[in-house]
Ligand binder design. Structure first.
Ligand code: GDP
Ligand code: ZN
Length: 308
């Protein structure tokens, strides 16, 4: 009987490919019987990035147990759905890729993604992609964007796969980490991953898993190894999910710049809207909190009302 601890790199149906990071030697494993997770309404009990215990009695590796997750990201099929799918677990850094133009960014949309990452305890770096296309014409808009999000406490890296700007920096930051790359279609996510490691082609995907799984549907989420070090999980786009579970008073906790001042509000809990002596509104007035972020916050409060 062999056994060990490994990380899930790929998953299709009940078939998994595991590896003992930092080594990259994928071996197949299956899930047999039921692994129930507490409070589980998730459709997949084991996700890419999970650390698992496996056992092999000679007929192949079987996943026995999922070790506690340091974080994870889930997707619901609809906002009100109870069924959830775990996108990935144990993420060291999420790179949220946005371009100011081509396609034009919508800040409230980005803010929902950021809130989601805060809810699930996932560190974020914002990647401002394709800057070669608008650096000249929109230098003010770039500075404004950077000011909004650095004030909120986020790291921002400007990139261009044409000039190579920012690529070395991300490549270096990825070493030794499991990195999730997420962005709406068209923002340049595939180009960025390819620039980090030309041997990867996220759009083509990996044939090994297709081979392994036969007719099962291919999982959208896979882990790749960067030849420069570190791992990448390519995700088609984090949406603002999970917000529905938040109480109105809770939402502002996931805006780091609001959380930083909220204990100075006169009333606690405070929705930071109409209450007198509100520290968030004071910070808004003196420019420590950006109006754009505050507006996104108000939008989320409104939306929250609609669902109740
Ligand atoms: P994805 O859908 O997010 O994976 O985006 P792609 O990587 O397929 O890129 C979408 C389009 O943007 C393609 O036409 C790319 O050539 C282009 N693109 C991606 N990155 C850059 C960049 O840094 N600069 C410029 N000028 N174009 C880029
Ligand atoms: Zn307040």
């Amino acid at each position: 009987m062999k056994n060990g601890e490994a990380t899930v790199a790929k998953n299709a149906g009940s078939h998994y490919l595991l590896t003992e990071l930092p080594q990259w030697q994928l071996f197949p494993a299956v899930l047999r019987g039921k692994i129930r997770l507490k409070g589980s309404t998730v459709t997949n009990p084991v996700a890419v990035g999970d650390r698992v215990l496996w056992e092999d009695d000679g007929s192949g590796a079987v996943i026995k147990e999922v070790l506690p997750r340091k974080n994870y990201l889930i997707r619901r099929s609809t906002n009100l759905s109870r069924q959830a799918h775990i996108i990935a677990a144990n993420i060291d850094m999420a790179y949220i890729i946005v371009s100011l133009y081509f396609p034009e960014i919508k800040l409230p949309f980005l803010d929902r993604i950021l809130v989601t990452c805060e809810v699930y305890g996932i560190p974020v770096t914002i990647v401002l992609s394709k800057v070669d296309l608008y650096r000249e014409e929109a230098s003010e808009a770039i500075e404004n964007f950077k000011s909004i999000y650095s004030k909120a406490g986020y790291n921002i890296i400007e990139t261009s796969v044409l000039t190579g700007e920012g690529i070395d920096r991300i490549r270096e930051d990825c070493i030794g980490k499991v990195n999730l790359f997420s962005g709406e279609s068209g923002v340049g996510k595939s180009s960025l991953i390819k620039a980090l490691d030309p041997s990867l082609d996220p759009k083509i995907g990996d044939i090994s898993i297709a081979h392994l799984q036969g007719k099962h549907t291919t999982s959208l989420y896979e882990m790749y190894r960067l030849s420069s070090g570190g791992y990448v999980i390519d995700s088609p786009g984090i949406r603002g999910f999970g917000l529905i579970d938040l109480e109105k008073e809770e939402i502002s906790k996931y805006f780091p710049e609001m959380l930083a001042v909220a204990d100075e509000c006169r009333f606690i809990p405070c929705t930071h809207t109409h209450e007198p002596g509100c520290a968030v509104k004071a910070a808004l007035e003196d420019g420590r909190i950006s109006p754009e972020r505050y507006n996104s916050y108000l939008g989320m409060l409104e939306e929250d009302k609609k669902f109740r």
